[in-house]
Write a protein that binds this ligand. Structure first.
Ligand SMILES: [Fe+2]
Ligand SMILES: [Fe+2]
Length: 141
């Protein structure tokens, strides 16, 4: 959390007025909370690291609005491509293990045809969908 890379994600907006950094911290907290609520045993270190880096794609994906076609095209592409970009950036800046890689790579499931391969990745994909919806509807606190 103290790294320059992670801190720069405060400048990238994710949903509405929520930065990637804020969104990622929220997803980590929600996923940990879910694991407690559901009584699912997890590696909390992997869960938190994966969640914090799941959107580590490093650009502001709202900056590219041009026309309606470009908006639709870019939003569609972003959904498919950003997990791969996030993983590439995370590998460059941090030491990841396979579980952390799986969390980042699969968090957009079912867009990423292959389903999550560990409990931690399932929890993050659920937490991400929940947080994204709340942030898009602006009912987060
Ligand atoms: Fe994402
Ligand atoms: Fe996300």
């Amino acid at each position: 959390m103290r790294s320059d890379g992670f801190r720069s994600s405060a400048n990238h907006m994710q949903h509405g007025d929520v930065s990637v950094m804020k969104h990622s911290i929220r997803v980590a907290k929600t996923a940990i909370g879910l694991s407690h609520k559901l009584g699912i045993k997890v590696s909390e270190r992997d869960l938190v690291r994966g969640a914090l880096l799941h959107d580590y794609f490093g650009y502001d994906w709202h900056g590219k609005k041009v026309g309606l076609y470009e908006i639709i095209h870019f939003y569609k592409m972003h959904g498919f491509t950003h997990p791969g970009t996030a993983l590439k950036n995370a590998e460059r800046d941090f030491d990841l293990n396979n579980r952390q890689r799986d969390i980042i790579k699969k968090h957009m499931w079912p867009l990423t045809i292959k389903p999550p391969a560990c409990r931690e990745a399932w929890l993050v994909t659920m937490a991400d969908k929940y947080c994204s919806l709340m942030e898009t509807l602006r009912i987060h606190h």
